[in-house]
Design a protein around this ligand. Structure first.
Ligand SMILES: [Zn+2]
Length: 101
């Protein structure tokens, strides 16, 4: 009986450790798309990987081809598609709040 308890405890510890080390889904997705993101100029790569997801639709950057770069209010941002970039440029305030969530 004690043996089973020990086994269960060990499993939950392993699960917790694995769970804590996990990156957010969007960051993992962006890592998966690293090859696509690396088609960007070197100075944009790190920023795109760090941003990880499109602020408009929440899709991982690079999932629909190289991220689209746009300057919004002096800030460089990346989007998964040109249409997302256009939406953001039209209504930055609406989407900007999503980024800090
Ligand atoms: Zn998007």
């Amino acid at each position: 009986m004690q043996r089973i308890f020990f086994f269960v405890a060990l499993c939950s510890v392993a699960f917790l450790v694995a769970g804590c080390g996990e990156e957010p889904a969007a960051v993992r997705e962006a890592e998966k798309n690293r090859e696509v993101i690396e088609q960007l100029p070197p100075e944009d790569r790190e920023a795109a990987l760090e941003q990880a997801k499109c602020p408009v639709c929440g899709e991982a950057l690079g999932s629909k081809g190289p991220p689209v770069k746009a300057e919004v209010g002096g800030q460089t941002m990346f989007f998964d598609t040109q249409s997302c970039a256009d939406s953001f440029v039209r209504a930055p305030a609406k989407y900007r709040s999503k980024l800090t969530e």
